[in-house]
Write a protein that binds this ligand. Structure first.
Ligand code: FES
Length: 220
């Protein structure tokens, strides 16, 4: 989302010399987060799935609890907590609303949610904050994996394996994903952040392919 002259900035980042504007829906979900697990609810919530992730991009954390109906596989309750920024709070709040609407989403459909779907419902996020919407999405996937584990459905667990791309410098596909989320949109920018291809130049075509893949995945 680009700032325009007529819009007043919500945040001014002095070090990066950027101005950010948040949509009214982002502000609403930040100031009135939906389905947030308050400390007095801790220990009282019924759940059969718990997911937790940390963001390599910023060090923030996200935790999601789900109550999944084992017969229908619909998500009947979803709560979350985070040590994250305004964008992480707003996007996870919106994610929880999406999971619970229309009688609860089926877990197969929940696994298909992309960070872009959450951002669309929020009316966009500043480019630098896109990685924050990934935090809730990854915690959700980890919670659903936990549900599969608890219900003995190990064959349904999805494991995201890391693949080493630059074997000399040990740069993985996850490093490339994080770099894209942090704003690397050209190969030069990617190389500046990860050094991929400087150790093993034969991996450059694969690195370029991953750059295109993650740009498409997160920025459309
Ligand atoms: S900056 Fe860490 S979640 Fe947004």
């Amino acid at each position: 989302m680009k700032n325009t002259k007529r819009q007043k900035s919500d945040v001014v980042s002095r070090d990066k010399k950027e101005n950010w504007v948040y949509t009214e829906r982002v502000k609403d979900h930040f100031f009135n987060p939906r389905n947030f697990l308050t400390t007095d609810m801790e220990g009282k919530m019924k759940y059969n799935a718990l997911g937790m992730v940390g963001s390599a991009a910023c060090g923030d954390m996200m935790k999601i609890w789900l109550l999944i109906d084992e017969k229908t596989e619909r998500i009947k309750d979803a709560k979350w907590q985070t040590f994250g920024c305004a964008s992480a709070i707003a996007s996870t709040s919106m994610l929880s609303v999406m999971l619970l609407e229309n009688g609860g989403m089926k877990i197969e459909d929940a696994l298909k949610i992309k960070p872009q779907d959450i951002m669309e419902r929020l009316g966009g996020l500043p480019n630098r904050k896109i990685h924050c919407s990934v935090l809730g999405d990854k915690a959700l996937q980890s919670a659903i994996n936990d549900y599969f584990r608890r219900t003995g459905q190990n064959d349904r667990i999805r494991v995201e394996g890391k693949k080493v791309i630059d074997k000399v410098l040990n740069v993985t596909d996850h490093d490339i994903e994080e770099a894209v989320l942090e704003g690397a949109h050209t190969f030069e920018e990617l190389q500046k952040k990860t050094k991929v291809g400087t150790g093993d130049p034969t991996c450059i075509p694969e690195a370029e392919q991953l750059l295109r893949f993650y740009k498409e995945k997160y920025f459309g």
